[in-house]
Design a protein around this ligand. Structure first.
Ligand code: AMP
Ligand code: ZN
Length: 485
């Protein structure tokens, strides 16, 4: 097998062929830092994380770029409401976003680019679009992209433009397919809305130099970010399905009209996180932040809630939308705990040194091969997880029957590390030896002796003493050990 990816552009699953084998260029649209991210937003980044981790796991050298939409209708509006500068405001929420993704084990992009640092490239693109006749200055003082000049407009979202009623032009960044229109590349300054936020740019229009303090539209920001950091062609562009239209459609129009080259080879989109079958959104008021779901689970450590949420997403095909429920999260947390139990069992399982048998080696190879095949089928994380569950069953029964050698145990640990390069779920610190105080070890020894002598009342009182010392006894088939409570 080899890697295949569902391409939104062609609506087919295609074999992945990078433009240059040496370096795969991957871009995904980043957050708009005007508030806390909700867990629906975070799902989009768990998706891109799975894709990037899989590519790296399969041996590709990958470079990732993510923008931060720090100039936008909402960031400008809310920074003024809070009475702080746009920079201070967006830096605060960008920092909180980075904390959230860290909690979820999402590997941050190699380059995280606030789009306010790419204004020069936006101006360069817009000037060329003006020169080539794709862009025009309208009466309202904004510069628009003329969609009729770009015959391929609508191909990503699979729109039949001819059959659609189109409004003339649109200044908002977000709009529905029904309002297909020329869209703003560079918006006229509106003192009431924009306050102190404007960027001076010089454009040459019809031979005349025009210098005005304006600001960019949303779509041009991602085109510029790509061009500045990757050049005109990239391998994979990702985002949530709501980004297909108009955002990604408009990105293609701007980037390809500018360069004359195919912008992104593969377009991948993740489904939505829903609440009672409705898209989770700030505007709908039906959202939870990561901190909200932690607060709603007071009996669980935050760290386990994060891993539960991560697992819940990996258990669903990335293109499917699914409902977030606390029952579902609770079930995922229970599964994460069962992984932890297996790691703890492995830690306390201390078999004799011996051989790695051929059957055992072949079994492990089968697991890894099946795991890779599932991932290669359009990042099939739910199916890859079924292989991992099967493998955990194999580990548990091997420990039960004490059938692994020390070398085999170590091979299993290596296999789990390998699985986790994509999953990012296991807590390997559970395998590290922790110092147990000598007096607790002594109490455990005395208790095991009492139990062997069937002196159960003494055994119970020693168990209680161990409990008072902050430890609990775990009896397993391989023997007894203590764990910190
Ligand atoms: P924003 O910060 O609004 O620009 O959104 C950041 C990312 O979150 C985009 O890729 C959106 O497609 C994605 N997104 C927004 N709402 C949801 C949702 N309910 N489920 C999944 N992804 C979402
Ligand atoms: Zn974007």
């Amino acid at each position: 097998m080899s890697l295949s990816l569902q391409n939104t552009f062609t609506l087919t699953k295609e074999r992945f062929k990078p433009i240059r084998q040496e370096l795969v260029k991957v871009y995904y649209c980043g957050p708009t830092p005007y508030n806390f991210a909700h867990i629906g937003n975070l799902r989009a980044y768990l998706f891109s994380d799975s894709v990037v981790r899989t590519l790296r796991y399969l041996g590709y050298k990958v470079q990732t770029v993510m923008n931060v939409t720090d100039i936008d209708d909402k960031t400008i509006r809310d920074s003024q409401k809070e009475g702080v500068s746009l920079q201070e405001f967006t830096e605060k929420y960008t920092g909180l976003f980075l904390e959230d993704i860290k909690h979820l084990g999402i590997i941050p992009a190699d380059m995280i680019v606030p789009i306010s640092t790419a204004i020069d490239t936006m101006v360069e693109i817009i000037q060329k679009l003006l020169d080539k006749g794709y862009a025009y200055l309208a009466d309202d003082g904004s510069i628009y992209f003329s969609i009729k000049k770009f015959p391929k407009y609508g191909q990503l979202a699979h729109l039949d433009i001819k059959g659609m009623k189109s409004s003339v032009r649109i200044n908002n960044d977000e709009y529905e397919k029904e309002s297909v229109a020329d869209f703003a590349l560079w918006k006229a300054y509106d003192a009431e809305k924009d306050g102190p936020n404007f960027w001076g740019a010089k454009f040459i229009i019809d031979g005349k130099e025009i210098l005005v303090s304006w600001r960019p539209g949303w779509h041009i920001e991602c085109s510029a970010c790509n061009l500045k950091h990757f050049g005109p062609e990239i391998d994979i562009h990702m985002g949530g399905i709501d980004n297909i239209f108009p955002h990604h459609e408009n990105e293609i129009a701007q980037s390809e009209a500018y360069s004359g080259k195919k912008f992104a080879r593969y377009w991948m989109h993740s489904g939505h996180l829903l609440v009672e079958n409705k898209k989770m959104a700030k505007s709908a008021g039906n959202f939870y932040t990561l901190a909200d779901i932690v607060a709603k689970m007071p009996n669980e450590k935050p760290e386990i809630v994060y891993r539960g949420f991560r697992l819940m997403n990996l258990q669903t095909r990335y293109r499917e939308s699914f409902n977030f429920t606390f029952d579902r999260l609770t079930a995922a947390i229970a599964t994460v705990k069962s992984f932890d139990e297996v790691l703890k069992r492995l830690k306390h399982y201390t078999p004799e040194s011996g051989k790695i048998f051929r059957d055992f080696r072949e079994k492990l190879q089968e697991y890894i091969q099946a795991y890779i095949e599932k991932l290669e089928d359009d990042i099939g994380t739910p199916e890859a997880l079924t292989i991992v569950f099967d493998c955990f069953g194999f580990i548990n029964s091997g420990i039960d029957s004490n059938s692994f050698s020390l070398e085999e145990k170590n091979a299993i640990i290596d296999l789990l590390h390998s699985f986790d390069e994509v999953l990012g779920l296991f807590d390997f610190s559970l395998l590290e030896s922790t110092e147990i105080p000598a007096e607790i070890e002594l109490l455990l020894m005395q208790r095991n002796k009492a139990k062997a002598q069937k002196n159960y009342s003494l055994a119970d009182s020693l168990r209680a003493q161990i409990g008072e010392g902050g430890y609990k006894i775990v009896d397993d088939k391989g023997g007894s050990h203590v764990e910190k409570v």
